[in-house]
Design a protein around this ligand. Structure first.
Ligand SMILES: Cc1cc2nc3c(=O)[nH]c(=O)nc-3n(C[C@H](O)[C@H](O)[C@H](O)COP(=O)(O)OP(=O)(O)OC[C@H]3O[C@@H](n4cnc5c(N)ncnc54)[C@H](O)[C@@H]3O)c2cc1C
Length: 473
């Protein structure tokens, strides 16, 4: 009589399925350039795994030849994207004992929190777990939000997130972009990345897409939605900036401490001095002493998936932010010393792909205040749709589209891909509709989503099961 597989043997089987059935097939189909043997990562000599291919004379497209890739199989859980959701996912997974790798394209962890210089956490008030821990660690590092819960210095955030991940034993790989995925049926067998080390492959038992834009889900062939309707129009992007040289007392009425009046006053001040910002609700957040974060511009109709358009938007936005700060300095008085300290490395992208999951959070859920048995977190944040087009004479930069939100739950099923069995999502790329996303997208929700996905991923590894088998549904 056959003995039923234990959790561990089942896990080995799953791992074997991922590596054996897919990767050798790629290898035998490969036409490794004989002049270019596989270089192991890392290598100190600066060698590269060279590519080879053909340039088609007819259409000018390049056919790249198949080749073997250096493949890392040391991880049980791989989290793609190290923003608020990704850091929480990696922490939760590693703390539960899974060998966890966190892959991030920028040179720091934190995503919009750091590379995006957001400086302001929303909807975190009622959250416990890792969200509360991050706030506590920031407070211990000297962060004391002067006017509103919860602003922070992005440099402190970078340090705290790195320390937490290192302490938890998360293996961190920065400067590395996820660029592909290899599937075996409904299983994600490996992901592909590009970095200074060239193209690499990574296998794991469970993967979590925390790229914000849903890059991994798309590469894995998952169904997804983008924007408000068939036009795929997304919320505008904003380039955040840090400014200094301001005395908080002297500019008090212009500091965003919640509510709309400070934004209205700042808009008026700019308009009175001939500057009409593309975002009609410009905001100054007080970080510490004379350091402030400025959100004052909108880039409309830019696709997160078009690097040329994002580059142009970034250049336009940086020019506008400089113009806004110059205008403020020109006001004189309390504004005469205002200086631009830094603009974000990454323009803030509010919306990308929403990967379809085993549950779709909808506008109706928000209106009803829907509750779920597999709730991950309670969202209290309103629908916050930043104006989708550059309307002339606009007086407000966002709207709730008359949707009144009752606190509602995000269920774990919205974090499980419907198309790929061992793929989870967390953060703004989870499964929801346009208006639901406009509410749950803020970071006070991204963190508990990441935490839940990380725990579930580690659970799947320990039990040798797929997410939907663990959760049900
Ligand atoms: C301008 C702006 C203002 C906002 N204001 C607020 C606010 O005041 N308070 C608030 O709480 N929320 C705010 N939000 C919303 C919030 O920032 C996001 O919804 C939130 O960042 C979601 O977290 P995330 O981890 O899902 O995504 P992100 O923060 O976008 O993190 C995704 C991470 O994945 C990385 N990544 C992306 N693609 C790849 C890839 N292919 N390979 C490897 N890594 C990749 C990115 O570099 C990034 O680190 C704002 C958003 C924007 C854009």
């Amino acid at each position: 009589m056959e003995t039923p597989p234990t959790d561990r043997t089942r896990r080995e089987l799953l791992k074997g399925m991922a590596t054996l059935s897919v990767l050798p097939a790629v290898a035998t189909a490969g036409q490794q350039d004989q002049t270019s043997p596989l270089i192991e990562v890392p290598n100190k000599e600066g060698k590269v795994n060279r590519t080879s291919g053909d340039l088609h004379t007819r259409d000018g497209a390049v056919l790249e030849h198949a080749r073997n890739l250096p493949t890392d199989s040391a991880s049980e859980v791989i989290v793609c994207g190290g923003g608020p959701a990704g850091v929480a996912a990696a922490l939760a997974s590693a703390r539960q004992g899974a060998k966890t790798l966190l892959i991030e394209v920028h040179g720091c962890l934190g995503g919009v929190w750091t590379a995006g210089m957001l400086c302001n956490i929303l909807d975190a008030g009622s959250k416990s777990g890792i969200m509360r821990e991050i706030e506590t660690r920031l407070e211990e590092a000297g962060n004391q939000p002067p006017t509103r819960k919860f602003t922070y210095n992005p440099e402190a955030m970078k340090r705290v997130l790195e320390e937490m991940c290192v302490e938890a034993g998360v293996r961190i790989r920065c400067q590395t972009r996820v660029v592909g995925a290899i599937r075996s049926g409904s299983t994600l067998a490996a992901i592909l990345t590009e970095s200074k080390a060239g193209r690499e492959a990574w296998t794991a038992e469970t993967f979590i897409d925390c790229t914000g834009d849903g890059d991994l889900g798309a590469h894995a062939g998952c169904a997804f939605d983008v924007g408000i309707d068939e036009s795929c129009t997304c919320q505008p992007m904003s380039l955040m900036a840090l400014v200094s040289g301001l005395d908080a007392e002297a500019i008090g009425p212009y500091i965003n401490a919640g509510g709309t009046d400070a934004k209205r006053q700042l808009l008026q001040l700019l308009q009175d001095h001939g500057c009409h910002p593309s975002y009609a609700s410009p905001s100054l957040f007080h970080i510490q002493d004379n350091l402030f974060a400025l959100m004052a511009n909108h880039e409309y109709g830019v696709s997160a998936f078009d690097p040329d358009a994002v580059t142009e938007a970034t250049i336009r936005a940086r020019k506008e932010v400089n113009r806004i700060v110059d205008t403020l300095r020109g006001v004189g008085g309390a504004w005469k010393d205002v200086a631009l300290v830094a603009t974000a490395e990454q323009i803030g992208i509010r919306e990308g792909r929403r990967i379809q999951g085993r549950y779709v959070v909808t506008e109706q859920d928000l209106v009803e205040g829907k509750e779920h048995k597999d709730a991950v977190c309670k969202v209290k944040f309103p629908v916050d749709v930043h104006t989708l087009t550059n309307e002339v004479g606009k007086t407000k930069g966002y709207s709730n589209h008359d949707i009144e939100v009752k606190p509602y739950d995000i269920p774990l099923r919205a974090l499980i891909s419907k198309d790929v069995d061992n793929l989870l999502m967390a953060g703004r790329c989870i499964s929801g509709d346009f208006f639901a996303h406009a509410s749950y997208r803020v970071t006070g929700n991204a963190v508990p989503m990441g935490e839940a996905a990380g725990k579930l991923a580690a659970d799947c590894v320990a039990k040798g099961k797929r997410a939907h088998e663990v959760v049900g549904g």
